[in-house]
Design a binder for this molecule. Structure first.
Ligand SMILES: Cc1cc2nc3c(=O)[nH]c(=O)nc-3n(C[C@H](O)[C@H](O)[C@H](O)COP(=O)(O)OP(=O)(O)OC[C@H]3O[C@@H](n4cnc5c(N)ncnc54)[C@H](O)[C@@H]3O)c2cc1C
Length: 289
């Protein structure tokens, strides 16, 4: 069905998620340009197949039984164009590679997210952020596929809020951002500063999906990781999934953790938080078979 594209049948999803969990996907397709994304989606629709758009898999928990449909990986969409202080970036590029390119170009603004193993498209979709910044602040324009049509959405049509964007019913193909000129050495210093801060506080050496739960905003903001820590749950393990000893908001894979282990740990955390009347939303995406 996808013989005209770069396709892997029965691809091991473990290799495409930063937590290294997951069974096999019936098809994993790697479009090389926007037209191929459109063509693949047309085949998906005509054949009534399930599909999932994959960035870098740093927020996606795959099922142990895999995925009975088409995973469309955008990792081959990774072109960058510079014009003055603007940068036009394909959605599949990962934030490490993008950070390095911006440093060489002498453009500043995105250093805060250096070290996050996300694709730019996934980060914009989630309005990812840290250290008081969110990616949405920098986005000027987005090229998307929506209802089979290519659309350019300008800043005034974009809505970003905490880990949300109004792009969640679109395929994000390209993102235009406005940055500031800066000496490469300074950009590099900033990148190292933020990455080192992450390495100090997060288990960057073990497979994970970042924070599992969103913070609960209300009269009083509840940072779920702090609460999990206070409840003494750091280090609790089910199978080979563990509530990180370094950052209680992360669940890490200490070996061969399964999706089942991960989900059981999530349920355990939810049960303990419910006893304190705290009901956080999941930040991660759980993709069922
Ligand atoms: C070690 C570590 C640290 C992290 N630190 C942070 C942090 O500081 N701040 C933060 O916000 N997050 C953090 N995360 C979480 C994660 O990196 C973000 O949620 C990120 O936005 C996910 O991007 P991705 O490309 O990996 O998305 P994926 O996991 O591939 O996909 C996530 C969701 O986005 C959708 N999606 C992906 N790309 C597109 C696209 N182009 N068009 C439409 N939909 C798309 C997918 O369908 C899915 O629903 C961290 C994760 C790890 C593993």
């Amino acid at each position: 069905m996808f013989e005209n594209f770069d396709v892997k049948e029965w691809a091991s999803l473990k290799d495409y998620s930063t937590i290294k969990i997951g069974g096999k996907a019936r098809w994993m397709v790697f479009p090389k340009d926007f037209i191929e994304v459109q063509q693949i989606l047309k085949i998906v629709k005509n054949n009534n197949l399930k599909f999932f758009i994959l960035g870098n898999g740093s927020n996606t928990l795959f099922d142990d039984d895999g995925f009975d449909g088409v995973i469309i990986s955008l990792k081959k969409l990774n072109k960058i164009e510079f014009k003055d202080n603007y940068v036009d970036v394909d959605a599949g590029i990962n934030l490490f590679a993008l950070g390095q390119k911006l440093k060489m170009q002498g453009l500043s603004g995105l250093e805060f997210c250096y070290g996050i193993p996300a694709s730019l498209g996934g980060f914009v979709y989630m309005n990812g952020g840290c250290f008081g910044h969110e990616i949405g602040e920098l986005v000027e324009e987005v090229l998307v596929l929506k209802d089979d049509k290519l659309l350019v959405l300008k800043k005034e049509n974009l809505k970003f809020s905490y880990r949300k964007s109004n792009l969640q019913d679109c395929v994000i193909l390209k993102v235009k951002m406005k940055l500031k000129p800066e000496q490469s050495e300074i950009v590099e210093e900033n990148m190292n500063f933020f990455f080192n801060k992450k390495k100090e506080t997060q288990p960057c050496d073990l497979p994970s999906l970042g924070s599992v739960f969103k913070a609960v905003y209300g009269e009083k903001t509840i940072y779920v990781s702090k609460m999990i820590d206070t409840l003494g749950l750091k280090g609790v393990k089910i199978g080979e999934a563990e509530i990180s000893k370094k950052h209680a908001g992360f669940i890490v894979n200490t070996g061969n953790a399964t999706c089942k282990d991960f989900k059981k740990l999530v349920e355990l955390i939810k049960t303990e938080l419910a006893k304190e009347n705290v009901y956080p939303e999941l930040e991660i995406i759980m993709l069922d078979k």
